[in-house]
Design a binder for this molecule. Structure first.
Ligand code: ZN
Length: 273
């Protein structure tokens, strides 16, 4: 999509205006969602061409099932049989960060972007190199202790197929996949960190999400209540469009790359942070 996308002068002027807002703000936080990863080959979950339209929906009681039989849930994780699970693993395994993820790392590097809250579990912000990242729905490539909430790289956890589920090396709690499943509460430490990031935020860059799902839906509203502004990057109009200071319509990759360009050009100093 971004290969054929032509930036109109009108849109470029809006992107320039957004860059000005970013530089004027004292604390910019980004909120990202599924729309950012579409250009990485990850379709949305629902709708035409959606992952779950294609492979079938995961059970809505996934977390309850895990609690009822963690060993069985782990056997399914190690040797998935459900087509939605196989489809998800294959799709996420092939995905690579796109220009949008990379531009957000650039905004972080020049000291403009302080933190990124993502609803995506696809690991692409991390692969791109984002440093200050809050994965509110977890990360499919990581594991987490259900007791102490410590997150682990899978290589750090000993998984014995004959003694499932694996246990936390710190507190002996049961370890599960880090992705927050249907019915599972968001880990309290991540949620607290998100609210702390949003509290001091006076400009939120909302990318690829209409932020209608709680708790992410709260974050842009909280910024507005505090007198801050919103910049929206989304191919489609959303619930946030009427309240955003600038709404940038188009593919996230091309727009964010241009936003980084304008931010760099307007930055008065070389120094970052
Ligand atoms: Zn633990």
């Amino acid at each position: 999509m971004s290969d054929t996308f032509v930036l109109s002068p009108a849109l470029d002027a809006e992107i320039s205006e957004a860059a000005e807002l970013l530089l004027r703000a004292s604390r910019v936080v980004a909120l990202t969602g599924a729309g950012l990863s579409v250009e990485s080959g990850i379709p949305p979950f629902r709708g035409p061409g959606g992952l779950w339209t294609k492979y079938g929906e995961p059970p809505m009681d996934g977390y309850q099932r895990f609690l009822a039989d963690p060993a069985e849930a782990w056997r399914e994780r190690l040797n998935p049989t459900a087509s939605w699970a196989k489809g998800l693993i294959e799709t996420l395994g092939q995905a690579k960060p796109n220009l949008g993820h990379e531009a957000m790392v650039g905004l972080e590097e020049i000291g403009v972007l302080r933190a990124t809250i993502t609803q995506n579990v696809d690991d692409l912000h991390r692969q791109a190199g984002s440093q200050s990242l809050l994965e509110i729905h977890g990360n499919h490539a990581m594991l987490r202790c259900m007791e102490c909430h410590q997150r682990f790289d899978p290589a750090e956890v000993e998984v014995d197929p004959d003694a499932l589920p694996p246990h936390c090396k710190l507190c002996r709690g049961i370890v599960k996949g880090d992705t927050v499943q249907f019915g599972e509460p968001i880990p309290p430490d991540v949620l607290r960190a998100c609210y702390a990031a949003v509290q001091g935020c006076d400009c939120m860059l909302v990318v690829g999400t209409s932020a209608t799902v709680y708790p992410a839906a709260e974050f842009p509203l909280e910024v507005l209540r505090g007198g801050g502004s919103l910049i929206e990057v989304n191919p489609y109009e959303s619930e946030l469009t009427p309240v955003a200071s600038v709404s940038l319509r188009g593919p996230g990759g091309a727009i964010l790359e241009r936003l980084l360009h304008h931010a760099r050009a307007r930055q008065p100093y070389e120094a970052t942070g």
